[in-house]
Write a protein that binds this ligand. Structure first.
Ligand SMILES: C[S@@+](CC[C@H](N)C(=O)[O-])C[C@H]1O[C@@H](n2cnc3c(N)ncnc32)[C@H](O)[C@@H]1O
Ligand code: SF4
Ligand code: SF4
Length: 319
């Protein structure tokens, strides 16, 4: 009987993103997702997000390795869509980078990434999370976290995206998760699109200030669990936040992160968006904690070379 030969898919070169150095980058390994979260920036109209996996595993690994070497990428954040939908590829791709990080919705189990960070998204206590992330999602993720091996060397973080619709639950969320087998809890705030009318954004940023102050109080009550700098949270307050973002990202320290979205053209290719949050973003109301923490580290602490995600992992590596 003739042996079936596997058709070899030719390897293609990645898109040319110039010659810049990008110590940190992010990649959407798939545009497919099993959830349909109401606040999600990925599936906004102006972003490359065709829901098909056009880039095969071989090309993805090949192109990521080339981009790593060309741009000196040390830390890669793997996202999607839901990255665990391409689990086999994902677990090969993380090995390409010195400092890998995965952000997952947690519904496919919690990946083991010794030496790296796995961030699991939940958007409040069950009664507030499930209307955003879907019925039964909170319970499923709680089970997956309970089942993980806490000694596997992975830094596991929970992340809540605080919006106008779930802000009331931040204190209850901490009470609910504080004894879970995770290494920390992160709060980041909603990044709206321009002219956002979803109801997730605060129309007037002064209304967000109260939530930021409550987040600071939580940090002070749980200094080890909550991974945030009070100084960075203070930079988010309405009277000064524009200094860390700019009207159109001109002050944003996260613009140096190379965002690799999965484009729509034949065979699939990476596309660079305006920032990690896509193309259609309202910087004046950006709530990304990493933006303000980068400003805090670089400006207030004078750490000019600070790069998001690198410090925690470097500290961990050096024991
Ligand atoms: C786009 S998801 C991709 C990874 C995975 N599917 C997940 O949900 O974790 C990455 C993170 O972005 C957050 N996110 C989605 N839309 C957002 C928005 N408009 N503003 C701020 N964060 C957002 C999600 O809650 C999640 O924590
Ligand atoms: S699980 Fe992640 S990618 Fe999927 S819709 Fe929700 S936030 Fe977006
Ligand atoms: S939306 Fe936020 S992260 Fe993106 S460029 Fe604007 S300020 Fe930076």
């Amino acid at each position: 009987m003739p042996i079936k030969s596997k058709r070899r898919i030719p390897l293609r070169e990645p898109t040319d993103f110039g010659d810049g150095t990008h110590p940190t980058a992010m990649v959407n390994v798939t545009n497919v997702c099993n959830l349909d979260c109401a606040h999600c920036f990925v599936f906004r109209d102006d972003n490359p997000n065709s829901p098909r996996d056009k880039m095969d595993d071989g090309n993805m690994l090949h192109q990521l390795a080339i981009l790593r070497d060309k741009h000196d990428i040390k830390s890669m954040m793997f996202m999607g869509g839901e990255p665990m939908i391409r689990r086999k590829l994902l677990m090969q791709a993380v090995k390409l980078f010195e400092y890998p990080a995965i952000v997952t919705n947690g519904t496919y189990g919690i990946p083991s990434l010794p030496g790296g960070i796995v961030t699991i998204s939940l958007d409040g206590p069950e009664a507030l999370n499930d209307p955003i992330r879907g019925d039964g999602v909170f319970a499923k993720v709680r089970e997956a976290i309970a089942a993980r091996d806490r000694e596997d060397g992975t830094t596991v973080m929970l992340q809540m995206v605080v919006t106008r619709k779930n802000a009331e639950g931040i204190e209850d969320f901490v009470e609910e998760v504080k004894d879970w087998p995770v290494d920390g809890l992160a709060f980041t705030f909603y990044v709206p699109r321009i002219a956002d009318d979803s109801g997730f954004a605060w129309e007037d940023l002064r209304e967000r200030d109260d939530v930021i102050r409550r987040t600071i109080a939580i940090k002070q009550a749980y200094p080890n669990l909550v991974k945030a700098n009070v100084g960075a949270l203070e930079l988010m307050l309405s009277d000064c936040c524009i200094q860390s973002t700019g009207e159109r990202g001109e002050h944003c320290g996260m613009r140096g992160v190379l965002p690799l979205y999965m484009g729509d053209d034949e065979g699939g290719s990476f596309e660079r968006t305006f920032c990690c949050y896509g193309n259609d973003v309202d910087c004046t109301r950006c709530g990304a904690y990493s933006v303000f923490n980068t400003a805090y580290q670089r400006g207030v602490r004078g750490d000019g070379e600070y790069h998001h995600r690198m410090t925690a992992l470097e500290r961990r590596k050096s024991g």
